[in-house]
Every structure is written in structure tokens, then in C-alpha cells.
Design a protein around this ligand. Structure first.
Ligand code: ACO
Length: 429
């Protein structure tokens, strides 16, 4: 028999079932609360609301645990590839050699964009933010596949999965090339996923491009570290859009928009801009920290704090371990890394941050690694999006077959004016 929670109000009792996830988190099922009591729950930012049951990713923010389908992020980032981790997220199990080969082939064979999509990129101003292009192009891609994006048709869902995994790196690279005025570089099927993306990003037709194995390894690790993070802002956006039975392109385009914000995936861009400002400023690092603590100053330390992690973000710990080596190997010593390390040390011993349990998050060191690879700052959130893509796809697919699925539609508590009479314009004060 399951446990029951009880709400007592106005002399009436309401019993709600309490159930437990596989890692012991307990939840009160309040789905009938309003029907039985007239009450709704109020939870701004959904900090306390479990909107789904999910088998994909487990996070324990107090103990800095992140696992995908039961496998720790430490093991996956050490031993897996991005494509294998994507398969795991999307299908639930690590693939056999044959399954992995099939998945890889299906992705490799969908990397080209339709030629009639190319003028689309030319229409953006050269300084367009590449996240805007990525989001717009993802939505626009659907127009080429209108007969094959039905979210209720398993074959369409499968083909949309390949198309998105395959084409988004091409879109991202084209967005970058558009911004710097270089010719678009077509995908190469002899390269793996990460190599092919780097090739499309950095090659020019005039000379051969040599892939640096350190850059390939660093990017592979970063993509794995970003691959999913359960019901974060962008994944929840993907689910909310998909809950109205929109297609996968539309849902992921919206997810990219959610990721773009500086409180989410845009933070990696902000971190590097902040460190550059600290480097160039007359003011001390301590002064920036004071500003971050001042409630009258909107400035926050980007790359610190997390809704779920009240401990060191395990992804940040992995990146930090590798960042110094990679940066040193690729560019020599980076003064921004020194500033970041000093900032972290100061923050971690400051009472304000200790009391609020604010630690470095995934974005704190990732931008420095992207920068060492020669990737421009505006592209950082785009790289986050490419990493997060398999997670969004997995969340979309899981929701699609969830028997508890309903259109996402939160309630509100109305606080505006009560009923009043319409006043004609000439009689208004
Ligand atoms: N700098 C200074 N103070 C901070 C910071 C920060 N980076 N983050 C949180 N705080 C403070 C808040 O002011 C608040 O203080 P108070 O209790 O005195 O009012 C307290 O810590 C709790 O913060 P909230 O904003 O309520 O926490 P929430 O869970 O809503 O927000 C968020 C989490 C958005 C990540 C926040 O920590 C933040 O803005 N961080 C900086 C942006 C960033 O790095 N985002 C990337 C997140 S990771 C990701 O999306 C991949």
C-alpha cells in the first residue's frame, strides 16, 4: 500500500498518494487537488514541482550526482563518445556495436541541408547572433519535411531524430560561416560527428584543414557533459511545446530559444565576457564579488549557482580538471583561466556564497575551453545547444509515449482588478 499525505483545510481533509522514484525521491500526487478541494498549488519557477516521471537522467544536487540512464557522468565522459551517449539517452540502453553503427550511419547520411535552404542563411545580417539563426533554421527545416514530422507516427519520430542530430551541426557551422563571410563548408562522411563539425566550422576551400586531436577530444567531452540535464528550462520548454503535439523541429527550435538566455545556456558566453571585463577593469576581483552580493546591483557572477546543485556541479569539476591542460596545450597560459581560478577560490570561501551554497556550474570553465579552441564567444551557447540536442530529443520522445501525457497548461492565481464596467475613451481620465 502506498503512503498518503494529508492536507487539512476548513475542517476538511484531502488525502493524496505519495510515491517514490527509483533513487528514493518522494512525491505527493496532487493532480486531483483542485477537483477535490478547489485549491491550486503556487510554485514560482517550478522549484518544487515534479511535472513528469522520467527514466532518462538522475540528478542529486546535494551530493553532486549526475547519471544518464543509470550511468555516471564521470564514466560516460571518460569512456563514451557523444554519439554513443546520444544513443543511450534516446533509446535507453548502451548500443551494441551493430546498433551504434546503424545509428551513426543514419546520422551521417542526413547531414546535408537542402540546397534551397542556403539562401536562408544569406538573409540574416552578418552580425546576427548564431542562436537566433539556429533556432530559426531548426523551425525552418520542418518546412522541407512536412510529410514526415507527425509526432504520433513512430517512423516520423525516428526520421526526425536522425535529421535533427545530423543537420544541426551543419546549420550551426553555416551560421558561423555566414557571420565571418566565409564560404559554407559541406559535411564529410568520412569524419566522425565531432570531427565533421570542427571541419565545417574551421575549414576553408583554399587549403586543407588538419584536425587537432586535442581539440576533438576536448569538444567530444564537452558535448557529452552537456547532453542532458533532466527538466531544466530548455528541456521543459521542449516538453511544453511538444505537449500540444507540435513536431520535433518546432519543439527543439523553442528549446534553443530558452537555452539562449544568460541564466541558462547563454551563461558560458557571459562568463568569458565577465572574465574579460575583470581583466581589463581598473577594479579588483573583490569589487566584482561585492557587486554580485549587492541586492541593489543587478550584476551576478555568471557561472555560479544552480537551481538543483547545492554542491560543486559534477560537470564543472570534470571540465575544470581538463581545462587547464587543454588550454595550456592549445594556447599556452591563459590569464583568464588564472582570473577564473582566483575568482573561484575567493567565492568558495565567502560567507555569502557559502550560505547560499553557490558553486561553479558547468558554464564556468566551458567557455574558457571553447575559447582556447578558437571558437568565438557568440558561438558558445550554440555549442551548448548541439550538446543538449540528444537530451531534448530523448525528453520529446519520452513525453510522446507517456500514458500520463496531457497538454501542458499551468494554472494561475489571478491578482488583477475585479469586474468593472467598460468606460468609453472620451470619458476616461
Ligand atoms: N551571483 C550572486 N548571487 C547569486 C548568484 C550569482 N551567480 N546565483 C544566485 N545568487 C543568490 C540570489 O541572489 C539569491 O540570494 P537571496 O537568497 O539573498 O535572495 C540566492 O543566491 C538564490 O538564488 P536564486 O536566483 O533564487 O536561485 P535560482 O535557483 O532561482 O537561480 C540561477 C539559479 C539562475 C542559475 C542563478 O544561480 C544565477 O543567476 N546564476 C548565474 C547565471 C548562471 O551561471 N547560469 C547558468 C546556470 S547552469 C545552466 O543553465 C547550464
Amino acid at each position: 500500500m502506498s503512503d498518503q499525505a494529508r492536507i487539512d483545510l476548513d475542517g476538511q481533509g484531502f488525502e493524496a498518494e505519495v510515491f517514490e522514484g527509483t533513487e528514493g525521491e518522494r512525491a505527493v500526487d496532487i493532480s486531483n487537488l483542485r477537483a477535490n478541494t478547489g485549491l491550486v498549488t503556487y510554485d514560482p519557477g517550478f522549484g518544487n514541482t515534479g511535472a513528469v516521471k522520467s527514466d532518462i537522467t538522475f540528478i542529486n544536487g546535494e551530493e553532486a550526482i549526475l547519471r544518464h540512464r543509470g550511468y555516471s557522468i564521470e564514466e560516460l565522459s571518460e569512456h563514451s563518445t557523444f554519439i554513443e551517449t546520444s544513443y543511450l539517452l534516446i533509446y535507453g540502453e548502451l548500443p551494441t556495436a551493430e546498433q551504434l553503427e546503424g545509428f551513426r550511419n543514419n546520422i551521417t547520411r542526413h547531414t546535408l541541408l537542402r540546397e534551397d535552404m542556403k539562401p536562408f542563411f544569406d538573409a540574416f545580417p552578418p552580425d546576427a547572433h548564431p542562436m537566433a539563426i539556429l533556432s530559426a533554421a531548426t523551425s525552418a527545416l520542418s518546412t522541407f519535411y512536412q510529410d514526415h514530422y507527425d509526432p504520433n507516427d513512430p517512423h516520423d519520430v525516428e526520421v526526425s531524430t536522425y535529421r535533427l542530430m545530423a543537420k544541426l551541426p551543419t546549420v550551426a557551422a553555416f551560421a558561423y560561416k555566414r557571420g565571418i563571410g566565409q564560404p559554407y563548408i559541406y559535411p564529410r562522411n568520412d569524419l566522425d560527428y565531432v570531427e565533421n563539425f570542427l571541419h565545417m566550422l574551421f575549414a576553408v576551400p583554399a587549403e586543407p584543414y588538419d584536425l587537432d586531436p586535442d581539440v576533438v577530444t576536448a569538444l567530444r567531452t564537452l558535448l557529452i557533459l552537456h547532453a542532458d540535464h533532466e527538466q531544466n528550462c530548455s528541456a521543459s520548454t521542449v516538453r511544453l511545446v511538444a505537449s500540444s503535439q507540435s513536431n520535433m523541429f518546432a519543439a527543439i527550435s523553442a528549446g534553443i530559444g530558452a537555452l539562449w538566455g544568460p541564466l541558462h545556456g547563454g551563461a558560458n558566453q557571459r562568463v568569458v565576457e565577465m572574465l574579460e571585463e575583470m581583466r581589463d577593469s581598473e577594479e579588483s576581483t573583490e569589487r566584482f564579488i561585492e557587486r554580485a552580493k549587492d541586492k541593489d546591483d543587478p550584476f551576478r557572477l555568471s557561472g555560479f549557482g544552480h537551481r538543483v546543485y547545492k554542491n560543486y556541479d559534477p560537470r564543472a569539476a570534470i571540465i575544470k580538471n581538463k581545462a587547464n591542460q587543454v588550454i595550456h596545450k592549445l594556447t599556452g597560459d591563459d590569464p583568464l583561466f588564472e582570473i577564473a581560478a582566483k575568482l573561484e577560490e575567493t567565492v568558495l570561501s565567502d560567507d555569502y556564497f557559502i550560505e547560499r551554497r553557490l558553486y561553479p556550474n558547468v558554464d564556468f570553465y566551458s567557455g574558457l575551453v571553447y575559447r582556447a579552441m578558437g571558437i568565438p564567444v557568440k558561438m558558445f551557447p550554440v555549442l551548448f545547444a548541439l550538446g543538449r540536442l540528444p537530451g531534448w530529443i530523448a525528453q520529446f520522445r519520452e513525453m510522446n509515449i507517456d500514458p500520463d501525457k496531457r497538454i501542458g497548461r499551468p494554472r494561475q492565481i489571478y491578482t488583477g482588478p475585479p469586474l468593472r464596467s467598460y468606460v468609453p475613451v472620451d470619458q476616461r481620465a
